[in-house]
Ligand binder design. Sequence first.
Ligand code: DOR
Length: 436
Amino acid sequence: MKISEFDLVIKNGLVIDPAIGFGNEADIFIKEGKIARVGKDGGSKKDSANIPPDKIIDASGKLVVPGLIDMHVHLREPGREDEETIITGCQAAAAGGFTSVCCMPNTTPTIDNQETVKFVLSRAEMADANVYVVGAITKGIKGEELAEIGDLVNAGAVAISDDGNYLQNPELMRRALEYAQMFNIPIISHAEDRFLSASGVMNESYQSTRLGLKGSPAVAEEIAVLRDIRLCAFTGGRVHIAHISTAGAVRAVRLAKAEGINVTAEVTPHHFSLTDEEIGKEFNTSLRVNPPVRTQKDVETVIEGLLDGTIDCISSDHAPHAEEEKDVEFDQAPPGLIGLETTLGLVKTKLIDRGYLSWADALSKMTINPARILKLPGGTLEIGKKADITIIDPEKKWTVRRENFRSKSKNSPFIGWKLSGRIGFTILNGRVVYRA
Ligand code: DOR
């Protein structure tokens, strides 16, 4: 075998592919955008010497893993291109090690018809990540009339969700679950009973009372999760609980899984890294997010949920907001924070370094698990697959800096944090789209 036959060779890395239980030092050979070979047979020194240096990546001491998948991001296009575009959002994804992202439909106009799905997918053709579209459940995500779900799927939608506008009407949710089943797609539920959360701007707790801010109680999420689980059992449909944040919601999903109900769940880095005690320190509006960051007990319980498999995925819920909109009183700020570029560092620092998760377990929640839930093509390094690959410098320490974000928006509560674990390279379809 001549290594000069290949377009790119990643040598000497520790290759981890949780989908097939692989974790060994190996070289990866890429040809025509695909993984052509994985093995420990890097060719002769003479052969290597003939290869231009940009065709070889020396990954000694690094982890070489399937391109990360973030199944929950907001790319803001169409409508709020001042906050993010598909191009800039995917640049942020690449910098965060993500080769695939799934974008939510709460754009302007809403992604509730074929044309908007096609618009997003066509814009994404030139982007530095694969973009998959989550269509709306209801027209205009207003919760009144179902969108044409078949049309959305035919145009390419991989799931449906009304995102932050929880579909409050249980009868419509039942119909949506029945339709979604016909296309074998899940409904992604931002589980939040909006009567209970009302105008809450942070977790309802001792802290909200102390700060005089209107709280959103944990039970608003828990009731919504329980309703969706029961409707899921009743219809035989599939629900994926987005950004789970409360202990009670984790317990509900655990029990539902034990009952054999088709429910899956994700957690965000902010929900396993932050508590509501942070808010009173500086009233940093980047901490205003839905669902809100909760209590230490909730953080501990979501981590238990990650450990025992109750929580399948780690997603960023990347939600860019314009500076002028966040530069207001805490309770006036729109909810959301950017996360694509800090997710891997927070997973390493908060979950792996503390001994909760192994690299393989953590990576499965950012690769093969979301791929399986949404039936996406990536998530593994099998031969013949598209060469979507992330190279991680596992012990590299770095500080989150505002000026380094690729995202158009800067609303991160993690600015100034020291993290461990940094993206070295992101490779999309055999092309290097990010290099540290
Ligand atoms: O905090 C949030 N921001 N939660 C959501 O559900 C929506 C998101 C956004 O789009 O800004």
